[in-house]
Design a protein around this ligand. Sequence first.
Ligand code: PMP
Length: 411
Amino acid sequence: MSVITDISVNEIRKQFPILNQDVNGKPLVYFDNAATSQTPQVVIDALVNYYQKDNANIHRGIHTLAERATTGFEATRKAVQQFINSNEVEEIIFTKGTTEGINLVAQAYGRKFLQEGDEVLITGMEHHSNIVPWQIVCQQTGAKLKVIPVDNNGEISIEEYESLLSERTKIVSAVYISNSLGTINPVPQMIELAHAIGAKVLVDGAQAAPHHKLDVQKLNCDWLAFSGHKMYGPTGVGILYGKRQVLEKMDPYQGGGEMIKEVSFAGTSYNDIPYKFEAGTPNIADVVALKAAIEFMNEVGFEFLHHQEQALLNKGRDILFDIDGFQPIGNAKEKASVISFLIDGVHSFDLGMLLDAKGIAVRTGHHCTQPLMDHFKIDGTVRASFAVYNTVEEVEQFAEALTDIVKKFRK
Ligand code: PMP
């Protein structure tokens, strides 16, 4: 078991060169991890090494560099398989991110199988990338999009979810951890209930992958989509996991090189999974470097990660909630290391800018969850989201900075 000490967090911080800088004359406090986390030196080194030594197109080349690039690319597929405990390596598809993974499922499965009268069920706290692809496919097929309501704590009720499930429900697509509020949804239970009525389930794991040990065999989800850049990896690479029997039933998403077996003007036969869904030259360098991010996370361990992030969340709740006019948005019982809030009388954009002037990076706005903001009747929040390299001292600095800003506003 990992032991949580400031020393070990400081050791982790040293692996992230970007954190060691001043922004606007103050040491950087990076609390925008739910948008994009920072990358450790091992990931940066893997990228540089790839371009310095191995860069070539993959799969079809017989020369040494092509072989090295292919080996690196496929080694990441294996690392992802182990990371999420999928049954087979062929169930791992590389995408450019969660967004592409969800669009792929909506088009390659939804467009093929949804019919008029069918229903797709999502939660009221989805990211736009888990709303719009379903709206598009519902328009294309005549299926209906239904929404599980969110309460004022930012939670959904399992009873309400159950009451929305019916034989018309063909797909449930739910976010595991809300990016705007940090709410952890009862996804394992949701999957079980959906399967009991024969629906398929996609899990948006964008915020879960960096915080939670995901085991797709245990979860028994049909698809899981997540992004490298939120789990200490590079931008531009994501993963779509799908069960073999489901992936095999799906149409190709895009046509082109790599996804075919034979092409003639009379017709084309498609490649086996996962290549059937990987048309064209993929983002080889970033896929290769993602392996280093997975190794980093494995080394740190989810136990350490979880404890550290919960310690930051608890500290934040202890000291931020006392600030004059502080209104937390979303107060779920099960919550990841995200604090979304407003301050009475101060606009969230002003807060974001004034915090940036003090070297503190937070996100402001609707966080790509406009329907959720509508539910709370607000146009956005300030969101501080923590990662494993953040410290309790940073949370204290954040509270001091906010107190100072609020005092100036109240004068
Ligand atoms: N879902 C959730 C919950 C997210 O937080 C995000 C990113 N903010 C996405 C989907 C989309 O991820 P990406 O932009 O990497 O495709």
